[in-house]
Design a protein around this ligand. Structure first.
Ligand code: M6R
Length: 588
């Protein structure tokens, strides 16, 4: 959840480089930020709470050795003093940290008896004093290694030592990437932030430790001390992909990129889909797992596999799967879905599944991410960098892949490509000016609603859940996605005069029963918004969607994403950075 960026090299504007890197990581979510630079006599730190957008570091000294952090509070409230970097008692060692130091209280008590002075309420500050303590009697890198081995929990951190212009970075759990430049080197929590400087990177594995200076990078196993050779990879994303361009927000840019993402998936992934379908066929029990939006993609996948390939592929929420996997064997297959590949709840279940010897296939957007590395088979979503906290193009990418996969399972991959291409065409119409303005008008009409209900059946049920999630996550209107059949088992009691009720009505076997749900809500005074291939008299507002067979939920969800986006704008909020949320949920 926290953002980390470090620079060491010949440039003297280290603080500015670090601040620019942190701004690239803003989308991960944060409540405060800080930058530290090494000056000849001390480490100078600047910390602030709130947004980094307008911040500058012009008041900081020139330095070619600097790092910084955007914090999403866990231990200790949101304040300047709790923001990172944290300093040791001498002011020559600084640390930035992502994760939770679980045994910090025990360690702190020991350090207090040795007269260490603490100024914050964070677990992170304990780590810097622990390093200071060890560094009194050993090399700095050894001191960091020793401290890391004393720590419990999942922790990635970088320690800066002013005396030798060398970072020591180490990880367990949270992501860290080393970027290799020419006579300069970088560290970041997200490879996309390195793109302006280098494409050559090494993703740190758990327990790997990197000693990073301008002269080079040395790597070790932090548990054993054994030297490791960096595995350099080349990033393929472009700088333009991580910029907003002419769009006011990343979310809107990412929504509009979706037809292109799907077209690429349809064109380039037939072979991969056929291969993964073969792996699914060979398994005895396949299970899709994901969190949040990715979980809804899993649910949609279970309908697609059933409908298209007559195959039962189960699904589960990442944070729950760990409690129900006792039945896994070495023949089981886990299909783990994730944009970031760093979601802790998902990684935890995947690791538990691996302990049961199940095979792991990952459908993941970030190359080199933790999930990508622990999987036995990988399929890259190919949505490009997604920076809006609300997941849009990664979700649509997952649906496009799952559609292809279901068709591949049934031996009809060309048909699958055709269906995804139909979704591309339909999505382009939704994103055309007439429909966008129509949805904008709807957003203005319902922006004061306290509750919104979204109903669907069959494939449009996961679409209803996803649209409701988008609305609540960024516009802060309470929204619930429902299986239309469940309405009269309880939720109908909540529908009052004027309550906006969105009914998803694709041209499939669910149409009639779903329409009955819309009518039930209308009879209780609901304001019915029909998203469908044809208008109906029960609709108070109609959003047209061209049919794309099983992939019709794709343009439907895109209409829902646009509604969520424009509701957020109409209510005066920032769709890219919803309150209380982070892009990548790397803690449990
Ligand atoms: O990176 P992941 O796909 O694993 O993320 C999973 C969820 O945290 C994510 O989809 C979340 O629900 C989004 N904010 C929803 O828009």
């Amino acid at each position: 959840m926290c953002g980390i960026f470090g620079y060491v090299g010949p440039r003297t504007d280290g603080a500015t480089i670090v601040l620019a890197g942190l701004k690239q990581l803003e989308y991960r979510g944060y409540d405060s930020w800080g930058v530290a630079v090494a000056s000849p006599d001390k480490i100078v730190v600047k910390k602030k709470t709130g947004k980094i957008g307008e911040a500058n570091v012009k008041d900081m000294p020139h330095s070619s050795f600097a790092f910084g952090h955007t914090r999403w509070a866990t231990h200790g409230g949101v304040s300047e003093v709790n923001a990172h970097p944290h300093l040791d008692c001498t002011g020559t060692i600084a640390i930035i940290h992502n994760g939770i130091l679980e045994n910090y209280e025990v360690l702190k008590q020991k350090l207090l008896t040795k007269n260490h002075r603490f100024v914050s309420q964070t677990d992170t500050e304990v780590a810097v004093h622990l390093i200071e303590e060890y560094a009194k009697r050993m090399l700095f890198s050894k001191a960091v290694q020793q401290a890391f081995n004393d720590m419990e929990g999942l922790n990635a951190f970088i320690a800066m030592n002013r005396n030798n212009n060398q970072f020591v970075a180490v990880r367990s759990g949270s992501p860290l990437v080393v970027g290799f430049g020419n006579g300069e080197n970088f560290l970041a929590s997200d490879a996309a932030a390195l793109l302006p400087y280098t494409r050559q990177v090494h993703f740190l594995e758990d327990d790997e430790m990197a000693l990073v200076s301008a002269a080079g990078v040395m790597m070790f196993n932090a548990r054993t001390g054994v030297r490791i050779k960096p595995q350099k990879q080349t990033l393929t994303w472009s700088v333009a992909e991580v910029e907003k361009g002419s769009y006011p927000f990343f979310m809107l840019k990412e929504i509009h990129e979706q037809p292109g993402v799907m077209a690429d998936i349809a064109a380039d992934n037939a072979e991969h889909a056929v291969k993964l379908a073969g792996i699914i066929r060979q398994s005895h029990g396949a299970y899709m797992v994901g969190c949040g939006t990715a979980a809804y993609a899993c649910l949609a996948g279970s309908y697609l596999f059933s409908k298209i390939a007559r195959r039962h592929v189960n699904w589960a929420i990442g944070s729950e799967f760990g409690y129900q996997l006792d039945f896994l064997t070495d023949k089981s297959l886990i299909l783990a879905l994730s944009q970031s590949g760093e979601t802790m709840d998902l990684l935890d279940s995947v690791r538990k599944s691996k302990e049961k010897k199940a095979k792991i296939a990952a459908l993941v957007n970030v190359l080199g991410s933790s999930l990508w590395r622990i999987a036995d088979y990988t399929l890259v979503i190919g949505a490009g960098p997604e920076k809006g906290v609300a997941s849009t193009k990664a979700f649509i990418g997952k649906l496009a892949h799952l559609t292809l996969l279901a068709y591949a399972l049934d031996g009809r991959i060309r048909e699958g490509q055709k269906v995804v291409t139909m979704a591309v065409k339909s999505a382009k119409t939704v994103l055309g000016e007439p429909t966008v303005s129509h949805i904008q008008k709807l957003a203005k009409k319902i922006k004061k609603a306290r509750h919104v209900y979204v109903i669907g059946r069959g494939l449009s049920y996961p679409a209803a859940l996803e649209i409701a999630l988008k609305i609540k996550e960024i516009s802060y209107i309470h929204a619930e996605g429902l299986a239309a059949g469940e309405l009269k088992h309880g939720p109908l009691a909540l529908v009052e005069k004027g309550t906006p009720c969105i009914a998803l009505l694709p041209d499939d076997e669910t149409y009639g029963a779903n329409l009955a749900g819309a009518m039930e809500m209308k009879a209780r005074g609901g304001y019915i918004i029909g998203i469908s291939h044809k208008p109906h008299e029960v609709f108070d507002y109609y959003v047209p969607i061209a049919d794309a067979r099983e992939a019709t939920i794709i343009p439907m969800v895109i209409a829902g994403q646009l509604l969520a986006y424009y509701l957020t704008i109409a209510r005066g909020f920032d769709p890219d950075k919803p309150r209380n949320l982070a892009k990548s949920v790397t803690v449990k």
